[in-house]
Ligand binder design. Sequence first.
Ligand code: SAM
Length: 447
Amino acid sequence: MTTARQVAVDVLNLARTQKRYASELVDEQAARLSPQDRRLAVQLVMGVVRRRATLDALLKPFVRTPTHAVQERVWDVLHLGTFQMALLSHIPKHAAVHESVDLATYVGSPQAKGFVNGVLRRVSELVTDEFVDYPYSDTLPFENNYRKLAKPVLPDPERDEAAYLAAAFSWPRWLADRWLPRYEWHKCLRLGFWFNQPPPLWLRVNKLKTDRETYRLRLSAATIAAEVGDHPQSLKLLDHVPVRDLPGYAEGDFAIQDVSAMAVATALNPSPGMRVLDLCAAPGGKTTHLAELMHNRGTIVACDVEQKRLDTVTSLCQRLGVTIVETKLLGENSDPPAGPFHAALLDVPCSNTGVLGRRPEVRWRIKPTEFEHLIRLQTRLLLQAIEQVRPGGVIVYSTCSIEPDENTGVVNAVRRAIPGLTLEADHAAIPGQPGDGGYWARLRKPQ
Ligand SMILES: C[S@@+](CC[C@H](N)C(=O)[O-])C[C@H]1O[C@@H](n2cnc3c(N)ncnc32)[C@H](O)[C@@H]1O
């Protein structure tokens, strides 16, 4: 019988060899497990991917062999074992060590059993069950406080704040160097904790099918707790239930969308009957929200450069009962469909720094050198969207980034280029307050 740990160690390997997202792979591979084991497999994979740098820092003092001399799959086993002991609370340490030794055989390295056993025993002695409320070289961020370590193995934050953030919270060093001058120390710590927790699941109740209170009562009848958020369609799930098992999934009673993302289509405030351009539409979260706000009357032209992702827009529309969306595949450098449109939504590709908790791989994939290219693309797309909107029309620009140069930087540059373009409103969402980090700006084209 396959275990959660075997699935987890296989997913980490597949993600590396197939260059795929571990978060997608684990959904596929864990489907054959019991619900409880599936949860553990997801927790292990997402945790190890997210906290890679922290796990390396904890292991470093005990691995005398050079890193390259340890097989990658054996490193995965060490990461999984260390994660269970240091960053989970419900697995006894001896069980984590024992299961990891068995995993060494499972990954085809029985000769590494003694090595895995020796290293993980040292890690188990390092991790204590005492918790404190301050960051230090012997305290490890754990949920909302710090787990005391038997000796200091992390950088001293009083000497090098960025080094502590990088090792203790698993931020790439360049990101720590980028954020430290921008945010105060206690805000960096808050961001660190937020980005290391699995984010809450928000539902956008589909106005075309039901209303928030009716749907909340339906959840409550199924003993699923949810609380309302500030956005009038938002519900935050308080219980862990697979999305497809929620009542009304097949009937399209709700879409999955973070509460910060719900504010974007609302900022556009489209009216029924309008012709709206959604230039970066896939997978369709905001397209379908626009359709709901338009009472499913009018037209939305939903564009993207990836057919597979556009197919997701189509299936989401079908599930939610949205019938006013026309999808259009664009080439990377092709012009958008000809206007005039009454309004345009532009939810651009970005660095994703506002959603690092939701997408565990992103922090390791994004490189500082990519910002220049992204900002050029974002600026070009915004100019194109404005071009297709009729005089006096509204354009909403949005990102899930918290980098000012991708947000106000792009908007201000475009405002300088187009005299009379008005910034009517904008908002920067702070990660964890209460949803994802991100930004939107509502612009009006001159008459
Ligand atoms: C942030 S995502 C959009 C998310 C979507 N609005 C939603 O709410 O579900 C950005 C999208 O832009 C697409 N994209 C990338 N380059 C593009 C381009 N040059 N023109 C149009 N779309 C592009 C990507 O394929 C991606 O699907």
